[in-house]
Design a protein around this ligand. Structure first.
Ligand code: PGA
Length: 257
């Protein structure tokens, strides 16, 4: 973390777990565990139908609401889609794009991820752009090359002012939901490279202003070590964000340093 230049962000990703009726009890329990003083922004990204409940309950606990996906289209005849405008209208401040589960199960391409990020920026929502290599790519030593490509593709056409509102989440696919976390060293190496890519594209000032998160089996036990790395500015947390006490412990871990 480097709080002098950029925000620390702890973001939960509830995926397709929980129900809207579970939001209020979750936040009430979370409140009991949350540290009194906060050294980071906290967000819970949920399916769109839960965002209004999160906005309402989250106010009490300084938890912002975020979406998990957005349409690339602004409006119109796109049955089933949810636009950035709709997310903003119900109070979402953040939205995940390009999660590996969407890339895999919904065949989302890098250019689609880029269009979605731009759609969010146009409506004042901070995109949390996910990038990450597969185990096969890591074993073939292709990690850095692939991550650099993904970051460039996701940021295509985004200008130097807008990029500072983007959050990049490095999520090695092999670490998501597997209990296999990247070591702090592995995670830092890639997050540092992501910042170097942003520096090449936008210059040093923008690069040091962008928050880069780590995601992939981050939990109450390993968070402090990961967050102690200079280029890791927070976490994108799946499984552990469904447990109020664990999520609060991760938030508390940002108080170090
Ligand atoms: P995990 O998920 O923390 O359960 O590994 C992270 C994510 O998919 O964002």
């Amino acid at each position: 973390m480097n709080r002098k230049y950029r925000k620390t962000v702890i973001a939960g990703n509830w995926k397709m777990n929980q129900l809207a009726s579970g939001v209020k009890p979750f936040i009430e329990e979370l409140k009991e565990h949350m540290p009194k003083t906060r050294s980071c922004d906290v967000v819970l990204c949920t399916p769109a139908v839960m965002i209004p409940a999160m906005v309402k309950a989250g106010k009490d606990c300084r938890v912002a609401a975020g979406g998990e996906d957005v349409s690339k289209f602004e409006k119109g005849a796109y049955t089933g889609e949810i636009s950035a405008d709709m997310l903003a209208d119900v109070g979402a401040k953040y939205c995940i794009v390009g999660h590996s589960e969407r890339r895999e199960y919904h065949h989302e391409s890098d250019s689609l991820v880029n269009e979605k990020a731009k759609a969010l920026l146009a409506k004042g929502i901070a995109p949390i752009i996910c990038v990450g290599e597969s185990l096969e790519q890591r074993e073939k030593n292709l990690t850095m090359e692939y991550i650099a490509y993904q970051v460039c593709a996701a940021l295509s056409g985004i200008d130097g002012t807008q990029v500072r509102r983007c959050i990049i989440a490095y999520e090695p696919i092999w670490a998501i939901g597997t209990g296999k976390t990247a070591t702090a060293e592995q995670a830092e190496e890639v997050c540092c490279e992501i910042r170097a890519v942003i520096r090449r594209l936008y210059g040093a000032r923008s690069a040091r202003a962008v928050s880069i998160l780590y995601g992939g089996s981050m939990n109450a036990k390993n968070a402090a070590e990961l967050l102690a790395q200079p280029d890791i500015d927070g976490g994108l947390i799946g499984g552990a964000s469904l447990k109020p006490a664990d999520f609060a412990t991760i938030v508390a871990a940002t108080a170090q340093g």
